[in-house]
Design a protein around this ligand. Structure first.
Ligand code: ATP
Length: 209
């Protein structure tokens, strides 16, 4: 199984890293691939450049074999549509099961994604609970959960795509927005992200106002 966690990672923090590791352990896979986008289609431009965000991700996963970085969206011009990324992975990996891990907030907002209806045909969705967000209760996405939800990770191995699974993860109310705001205000975001990532941000004076 091949599992990605897409995001802006502006900057990467423990709310990405710890749930990603827990997904890797829960699914019993070799690693989770953190996949930074170049141009997020559904939000404003990131504060840090793609190169800066990638540099911080590299620092964050340097000593963790269970987490890797997939740079394909950084190498592609234009908006980083997840559906394009998944189609590329599907071409590369044939019928191998593909998993897209995403926080509950991202899952609840899936209907705003480009060609969102095609996504469950391309991958399994691995949902990580996040403080402040809940399962969608109505609409197409809620219907998907009813039809596609499975409880056992082994089921994901039996088909290439199409299932939805919730993986329990440690609840960490950390966001990149909060970290950027602290840094811009000259306050410390320590213990919300790895020290090595924060050291690099401080050395380079990134995210200062
Ligand atoms: P921002 O505050 O800039 O919007 P963010 O902290 O939400 O950023 P992203 O890079 O947008 O981080 O998130 C990438 C993915 O990681 C998304 O699927 C998101 O739901 C998930 N994620 C981010 N933070 C957490 C968290 N604290 N717990 C669980 N999932 C998270």
């Amino acid at each position: 199984m091949f599992c990605i966690l897409g995001g802006t990672f502006d900057p990467v923090h423990f709310g990405h890293l710890r749930p990603a590791l827990e997904v890797q352990q829960a699914l019993g896979i070799e690693r989770v691939h953190l996949l930074p986008c170049r141009v997020p289609p559904h939000r404003g431009a990131p504060v840090a450049s793609p190169e800066q965000r990638l540099a911080l991700l590299r620092v964050a996963v340097a000593d963790e074999a269970a987490l890797a970085i997939d740079e394909r969206e950084l190498q592609r011009e234009g908006p980083s549509y997840m559906v394009d990324t998944l189609e590329g992975l599907r071409r590369e990996r044939g019928e191998q099961p593909l998993c897209l891990a995403l926080g509950m907030d991202a899952f609840a907002g899936l209907e705003s994604w480009h060609r969102w209806q095609d996504i469950p045909d391309l991958c399994h969705l691995v949902i990580m609970q996040r403080p402040g967000s809940a399962w969608p209760r109505q609409g197409v996405i809620a219907g998907w959960v009813e039809q596609r939800r499975v409880d056992e990770p082994q089921v994901l191995r039996s088909r290439p795509a199409g299932c939805i699974i919730a993986v329990p993860v440690t609840q960490l109310a950390v966001s990149s927005t909060q970290i950027r705001a602290l840094l811009a205000a000259g306050r410390s975001p320590r213990y919300l992200l790895p020290d090595a990532v924060l050291d690099r941000i401080r050395q380079e004076n990134w995210y200062a106002s």
